[in-house]
Design a protein around this ligand. Structure first.
Ligand SMILES: O[C@H]1[C@H](O)[C@@H](O)[C@H](O)[C@@H](O)[C@H]1O
Length: 660
């Protein structure tokens, strides 16, 4: 809840106001950042204010009220509850939704381009005869390029602004999509995938920042989460497109990869007409333009208070932060450093809790559950992506209701538990792993595969697969044989060496799974995982990162945390199969579950609540040490902004107590 304690005229006039103002300034000098006033839970500091002004419940209007109190003048005649709420509603001008939609197309492209490649690869590898190395390069080049360009995006954002970066990203997406759709050979395709990766990196760090900077406080969480909704939506549409074009054996992949040009061009054209972030404009001294844009976005010319608050913060920041590279300044400023630790930590936890292996592995999990038809598996994988999308929608609904902290905490607890369920499913499957009953001999079979006595170690060896006959629920004539390196869907020789014949003969080839009666536990774990991960751990790291840095550190902070996200993404996806080889699948999922539990401790200790606060006010949440274990619960704190400086009652108990 925000209140301006005194109108500006009083602040500059009375001795008490001058004193407060001075204390605020001193604090700014001391901490390098604004300091906050924290009112008691019962609001006793606010006794001279109308009780009706204190939001007590959880309705839409009250949440809105909290956001707008931040810049309302309680002594002004128009500060009654209804006026403020109306103002709040009036401020949610439709234009901000237009901005959020066009920006979030960047998220859609991020999701589409990372999601579409698996389906495209099924066709590509046959048509271009791709080796395993080429397949891996085409998939991971994009994620690697995204990691690098996310880091570079911080510099570009600071220098050229959010709008130019979004235009650049959509231009790069369009070029990349075109190259991919006409690529005559694998080298050109690699170039296309790298290009698309550059676009993804820039978009992934810029879009959340832009949306956060143009949104009013009461809608910011929802609108930034819209970006992750578009990411998961992009992944879902990509899997549907994969399914639809998988029937087109010749050139189907060109449509899959090339279709991304459409949203990219739409975003590029849209952003030619959309404005720059008013906060960035103010930072660059383009005051007139900033005011004009702010009015345009809010749909009113009454933007003085918001404009003043942003400007004051920027002036304070300029006075209190020194020169030198921004990253060095972040590292030497304790509050900004703490924000960076929280931001990067969240992104790391998101990836280390295994979302992309679960998504990537979903097709195999479904095969384990008895789905053997390839086409069916593709459509069911689309179902997994759809579930991820639907539960992100739940997150968007919850974010302004329960707040970021509770949502993230609930999500990580559920994520850790469902990873444990997945692990238990794999453990039971491993313990009841079917034995190998046939041990064929021959020159090609002179490999390590023939030594395995059970399916489990056979399946974990990347060179081998399990060939078996099935009669109802019982297995017969089971063998462990080498895989056809050019096509893992069949064995190098013997009964399972012809993929098309297998289906009708009752003989099955399991390359990366073992037939098991416990597949339902794994399937249940997968759905549970998505239901818990998608509303919180999926979107919150992006949303929270867009809010926690002061303006001077926002581009660099987001670039670093997005870089951490992409680097951990590459790390987890590249190591998953090796981890599974050494620890087995259940070991790998127990490991991810353990990492998620560590993440829970980190979040519990370090993540403050940012719901409803203005961006300019959030930096104060990091003014004190991290790991205070939610000290007094951030949700109970009320911050009061005093003439651009923010006072914290914890250290200032008697300075401005307004109670009689
Ligand atoms: O927030 C997103 C989302 O959860 C996606 O499904 C996932 O693939 C990304 O890696 C993640 O950053």
């Amino acid at each position: 809840m925000h209140f301006r304690l005194f109108p500006k005229s009083k602040m500059s006039g009375g001795w008490f106001g001058r004193l407060l103002h001075q204390i605020g300034r001193e604090r700014v000098k001391l901490t390098g950042l604004s300091v906050f006033y924290k009112a008691g839970d019962n609001g006793h500091k606010l006794t001279n204010m109308s009780k009706s002004m204190e939001p007590s419940g959880n309705t839409e209007d009250e949440r809105c009220l909290i956001g707008v109190f931040g810049d309302s003048n309680i002594n002004s005649p128009d500060s009654t509850e209804s006026t403020v709420v109306n103002r709040c509603k009036g401020r949610t001008h439709y234009f901000v939704y237009v901005l959020a939609f066009f920006s979030a197309l960047g998220g859609f492209l991020f999701g589409y381009d990372t999601g579409v490649v698996s389906g495209a690869m099924l066709l590509l590898k046959k048509e271009m005869n791709l080796s395993a190395l080429w397949q891996e390069s085409l998939v991971s080049s994009t994620v690697g390029a995204a990691a690098l360009s996310a880091l570079a995006g911080g510099y570009l954002n600071g220098l050229y602004g959010r709008r130019v970066c979004i235009l650049l990203a959509s231009f790069i997406f369009s070029v990349g999509g075109l190259v991919l759709s006409v690529g005559p050979n694998k080298e050109v395709l690699l170039l296309g995938r790298l290009t698309v990766g550059l676009g993804i990196g820039i978009a992934s760090m810029t879009v959340p920042v832009y949306i956060a900077e143009v949104s009013p406080p009461h809608l910011r969480g929802q609108l930034v989460t819209l970006n992750t909704l578009f990411i998961t939506g992009g992944q879902f549409i990509a899997s549907v497109v994969d399914g639809a074009f998988s029937y087109l054996h010749h050139d189907g992949w060109r449509y899959m990869l090339g279709l991304s040009v459409l949203p990219a061009v739409l975003q590029f054209v849209g952003f030619l007409f959309l404005p720059e972030s008013p906060r960035w404009l103010l930072q660059k001294g383009q005051d007139q333009k900033a005011r004009q844009v702010l009015s345009q976005i809010r749909g009113t010319t009454h933007v003085d208070e918001e404009y003043d608050a942003i400007k004051t913060t920027i002036e304070e920041e300029m006075a209190s932060t020194g020169g030198g590279p921004v990253l060095c300044r972040i590292l030497s400023s304790p509050p900004a450093r703490r924000a960076l630790i929280v931001g990067c930590g969240l992104q790391m936890i998101q990836q280390l809790s295994g979302i992309n292996t679960v998504m990537y592995y979903s097709a195999t999990i479904l095969q384990m559950a008895g789905v053997r038809d390839d086409k069916m598996a593709i459509w069911l994988a689309a179902g997994t992506a759809g579930t991820n999308f639907l539960f992100t929608l739940v997150g968007m609904w919850l974010v302004e209701r329960v707040g970021r902290r509770k949502l993230t905490l609930g999500s990580i607890v559920g994520t850790a538990l469902s990873l444990a369920v997945l692990a238990i499913g794999f453990l039971l499957s491993a313990q009841t792993s079917p034995p190998v009953t046939l041990h064929p001999v021959g020159p090609v079979l002179n490999s390590s595969c023939t030594q395995y006595r059970f399916c489990e170690p056979c399946m974990l060896d990347p060179d081998c697969g399990f060939c078996y006959g099935e009669n109802g629920t019982s297995l017969f004539e089971t063998s462990c044989v080498p895989v056809n390196q050019a096509n893992p869907e069949e064995a190098a020789m013997g009964r399972c060496s012809n993929a098309s014949q297998q289906q009708n003969s009752g003989i099955f080839w399991a390359y990366n799974y073992c037939p098991t009666r416990y597949s339902w536990i794994v399937l249940f774990g997968l759905i549970l995982y998505l239901a818990f991960f998608a509303p919180g751990m999926g979107p919150m790291p992006w949303t929270i990162n867009s809010e926690i840095y002061p303006l001077w550190a926002r581009s660099t902070g987001n670039a670093c945390s997005a870089g951490v996200n992409w680097t951990c993404n590459v790390l987890v996806s590249l190591t998953f199969l090796h981890v599974a080889e050494y620890l087995t699948y259940y070991g790998a999922f127990f490991l991810y579950s353990g990492l998620a539990l560590l993440g829970l401790v980190f979040i519990l200790c370090c993540l403050p609540e940012t719901k409803g606060l203005r961006l300019e006010d959030i930096e104060g949440l990091f003014a004190t040490q991290l790991c205070t274990c939610g000290d007094a619960g951030p949700s109970h704190r009320h911050y009061i902004r005093v003439n651009g400086g923010n006072l914290n009652s914890e250290n200032d108990e008697d300075s401005d107590d307004e109670s009689p």
